[in-house]
Ligand binder design. Structure first.
Ligand code: FES
Length: 135
């Protein structure tokens, strides 16, 4: 939400794409709409377009209307969004949610593989550019 607010304050056009299993999982759309267009998908089709966020028709355009993509959520979804971004040469950052035990860089259980070797999500992340990750 804060990222969207900051982007809007800096005069960017913002589109939020929110997905969930069903309508009850698609939260805060009214709040998000204060800062930009809100698109949604649900797996059961109860709200927005049916399917995953990566199935949304906005991604079917030959010329995607995005300068930059920011993604958070399940790992598989972020990887799919990252693939779309890479294929379309759109800069993309993802916020990883790897399992964390210590949260301050000691246990190494949150490691993710990057082009510069393993990095701790809790210390070097959690936000990474997809081009930096070995996905
Ligand atoms: S959670 Fe322990 S190193 Fe990241």
């Amino acid at each position: 939400m804060q990222l969207g607010r900051n982007l809007k304050v800096n005069s960017n056009d913002v589109t939020f794409l929110i997905g969930g299993k069903s309508k009850k999982d698609v939260l805060l759309t009214a709040l998000f709409s204060e800062f930009g267009e809100v698109l949604s998908t649900t797996e059961d089709g109860s709200m927005g377009e049916k399917g995953f966020v990566t199935d949304h028709s906005v991604f079917r355009s030959d010329n995607l209307p995005f300068d930059r993509i920011y993604s958070c959520g399940p790992d598989a979804m972020m990887k799919a969004v990252g693939r779309i971004a890479k294929q379309n040469e759109i800069d993309c950052e993802v916020s990883l949610e790897n399992m964390m035990a210590c949260g301050f860089g000691a246990c190494l259980c949150c490691i993710t593989e990057t082009v510069e070797g393993n990095k701790r999500v809790c210390k070097e992340g959690p936000v990474f550019n997809v081009n930096y990750l070995k996905w």
